[in-house]
Ligand binder design. Structure first.
Ligand code: 5AD
Ligand code: SF4
Length: 379
């Protein structure tokens, strides 16, 4: 049975990271291809999809409160179809049906490309559908619908093989899965045809690209993308410091299109905390990477992610984070207070830091970073 849904309007709300933004672009592309219209107005939609994030408790709270609003909308319009996809759907599964009975569809991170089929089942068979099986995502032949006309996201890998003790990503997105290089190159060449000059290569840890494929690594891929005529700028996020090899750092200056920005999450400046986070590098090793990158590319803009209030973080550990920030002088930083996540090792660690201390430390790093960013901008 073909799935054509002329006149049906879909609204997609996205939570979380750039990968989720891109997954929503893929969902929009799939729906447009099946005859749906994608609307920016939730109130006129026949189908409302929430593409969710699970990284911090707050991200999940937002979704449940949005579902409360949608429940009311559905009472007024019983035909409305509600779908919950993405990381929280993957982790919570059936629980979402129990907490929010008005939801019709739950689809996980590995199932986004089957979205039109699931919606068809919900609409035609008038039943609830849940699809959270893990498996390879094949994007072949799928055309994402990108609202941004200047810069295009391209997923080069999904999932993560690391075991940071605070993080839900491995449980939300599974193990690392790199896309075949030919598929990535073809997608970028097509984007050039459409007029794009700037791409952002996406992955939970892009510098580990290819380790699961064999015979290719991130450097090879970056070199190939750098050669594509018409592309003028390449960004890539995110990179794990432990996978920043000397060879990659030494190759970067020669990649004229890819050497302006580096996002390198440090998380903490304390060796004790880095160990408890299972990050796989020390403060000194991190600083050495930064030193080497800057000596080869002095004008590079380096940004980071920082978590404050991780279990066991004492005043001295926190001071180490502040001093690292002063030493590196990041152009900007995403800063978070630690959020205990169900099922992660850190959640069970003793010495959880009280909320008010986490919040106080968060304000402190934000103030410090603001000062640093302003000075860099005015330089
Ligand atoms: N609590 C707070 N921040 C977190 N991050 C990941 N997990 C947590 C958590 N449990 C942050 C990290 C990561 C970014 C995407 O989100 O800094 O790099
Ligand atoms: Fe949130 Fe992480 Fe999933 Fe992105 S990968 S949506 S940050 S949980």
């Amino acid at each position: 049975m073909s799935i054509i849904n002329y006149n049906k309007k879909a609204y997609i709300k996205t939570y979380g990271c750039q990968m989720n933004v891109h997954d929503s672009e893929i969902m929009a592309g799939l729906l447009l291809n099946k005859g749906y219209e994608v609307t920016a107005n939730m109130n006129e939609a026949d189908v409302v999809l929430l593409n969710t994030c699970a990284i911090r408790g707050k991200a999940e709270d937002k979704v449940y409160s949005q579902l409360g609003v949608l429940k009311k909308l559905k009472e007024k319009r019983p035909g409305l179809i509600l779908g919950v996809g993405g990381c929280m759907a993957q982790r919570e599964g059936e629980k979402i049906f129990r907490r929010s009975p008005s939801v019709d569809l739950i689809f996980g991170t590995h199932q986004i490309c089957n979205l039109p089929t699931f919606l068809n089942e919900v609409i035609r068979e008038r039943r609830k559908v849940i699809a959270i099986k893990e498996g390879k995502i094949s994007q072949e032949g799928v055309k994402a619908y990108r609202a941004d006309r200047a810069e295009a996201y391209v997923a080069i890998m999904r999932g993560c093989n690391n075991h940071c003790t605070y993080c839900v990503v491995p449980s939300a997105r599974g193990r690392q899965n790199s896309r075949p290089p030919e598929e990535v190159i073809k997608e970028i060449e097509d984007l050039v045809e459409e007029g794009y000059k700037e791409v952002t290569l996406l992955g939970q840890n892009v510098v580990a690209y290819g380790k699961d494929l064999g015979g290719i690594d991130f450097i090879d891929l970056l070199e190939r993308v750098n050669e594509i005529e018409g592309i003028e700028k390449i960004k890539y996020i995110s990179s794990h410091p432990k996978d920043m090899s000397d060879r990659l750092i030494e190759t970067l200056p020669g990649l004229s299109k890819a050497c302006e920005d580096l996002h390198l999450p440090v998380q903490s400046g304390s060796n004790r905390i880095l160990k408890a986070m299972n990050r796989g590098y020390t403060r000194e090793e991190y600083l050495k990477i930064i030193g080497k990158v800057r000596s080869l590319i002095p004008r590079i803009s380096i940004t980071t992610d920082i978590i404050v209030g991780f279990p066991g973080e004492g005043e001295k550990d926190f001071a180490d984070t502040l001093s690292l920030m002063k030493e590196v002088r990041f152009a900007s930083a995403y800063m978070f207070k630690y959020s205990p996540r169900p099922g992660t090792p850190a959640e069970k660690m003793s010495e959880q830091i009280p909320e008010e201390i986490r919040l106080k430390r968060l304000h402190e790093v934000i103030d410090l970073q603001r000062e640093i960013s302003e000075k860099i901008r005015n330089f």
